[in-house]
Ligand binder design. Structure first.
Ligand code: FAD
Length: 286
């Protein structure tokens, strides 16, 4: 099923994101994660893709295939283009087709100084346009309520987002944010710009201080004082911080659903316990 069909059904779409196991762990570890996540009955699960090129990324397709063909849950394969040629993308699309995967999250990927970017695709919109022309896939894209770090201004970032939608993207998922007002302001500007596709709100439950520091340095999410106080209070008590992080994420999600968010995308960080507790708390609200 194409995930665009999930929206507008009088139900908030609820999806999960996982990443392939690190090189040092066996791919089998993903089964433990999926065994627990399947009981949540998400509308779909998306699988991330590294920005290092196609060779290191076969696992994305393999795991998306397990989700779709073994667990019977709709799967979205992320695909970053910064280090891909058209031939690389063609080969990945073939692989996805062979595995019955119909949904792709088309991304540029972060520019890694270790790799010289390939020239075929400069932006995610180029990849979305390329896949759209080839046909057969539903394409989604990423968006940034606090503006992408490289964009000259929030206004230009939204104009660029519009190009991505015009290139064939049928729904969007946001970068994580901890302040719902940031999302509501962003949505107002997105709709004003004439972008009408559904937007899922990306929520990351915070479970440890290091994770927050890493995330904030990567994506520049702003931290509301309520959130900072929570971290300060429970820093050093891992279980308490995890419980507080879950409560914070649930609070965000309840507010988002009450305010009409079309979808919630949970960055699970491959932590089924946290994802299951959040899902249990919100299952009657979706
Ligand atoms: P783009 O849409 O290309 O945007 C990048 C920059 O270029 C922005 O500043 C934008 O304003 C500008 N721009 C865009 N289009 C144009 C245009 N046509 N003309 C001029 N300027 C333009 N990274 C991974 O490596 N693997 C993943 O699996 C992954 N999954 C993600 C999932 C989500 C939901 C999100 C929000 C991010 C994810 N990322 C992932 C991170 C993402 O790759 C980075 O944020 C990257 O820096 C930008 O990717 P993009 O697809 O948004 O790029």
């Amino acid at each position: 099923m194409k995930i665009s069909e999930l929206f507008n059904k009088n139900k908030t779409v609820f999806s999960l994101e996982i990443f392939p196991p690190k090189k040092t762990s066996s791919v089998d570890t993903i089964y433990d994660t999926l065994d627990q996540l399947k009981d949540i009955h998400p509308d779909f699960v998306s699988v991330t893709y590294g920005a290092g090129g196609s060779i290191v990324n076969n696992l994305t397709c393999e795991i998306a295939s397990i989700i779709k063909n073994k667990y019977g849950i709709e799967a979205v394969a992320h695909l970053t283009c910064v280090n891909c040629t058209k031939e690389d993308v063609d080969s990945i699309l073939d692989q996805l087709k062979q595995n019955n995967i119909e949904n792709i999250l088309a991304l540029r990927g972060d520019i890694n100084p270790e790799y010289t970017p390939k020239k075929d695709f400069k932006h995610a919109s180029d990849l979305a346009g390329y896949i759209s022309k080839k046909g057969g896939f539903n394409i989604s894209g990423a968006c940034y309520p606090e503006c992408h770090v490289e964009a000259p201004s929030p206004e230009e970032d939204i104009l660029n987002l519009k190009k991505k939608v015009e290139a064939g993207v049928s729904s969007l998922t946001t970068q994580l944010f901890f302040d719902n007002n940031v999302f509501y302001n962003f949505m107002e500007n997105v709709r004003k710009a004439g972008i009408s596709v559904p937007v899922e709100a990306g929520i990351m439950p915070v479970t440890n201080k290091k994770q927050i520091e890493r995330m904030v340095s990567m994506c520049g999410a702003s931290l509301p004082s309520k959130f900072v106080k929570m971290i300060q209070k429970y820093d050093g008590n891992q279980e308490a911080l995890r419980d507080a992080g879950i409560a914070y994420a649930v609070d965000q999600i309840v507010d988002l659903i009450s305010n009409g968010a079309e979808g919630i995308h949970l960055y699970t960080m491959n932590n089924p316990l946290v994802a299951c507790r959040i899902s249990e708390a919100i299952k009657n609200l979706l």
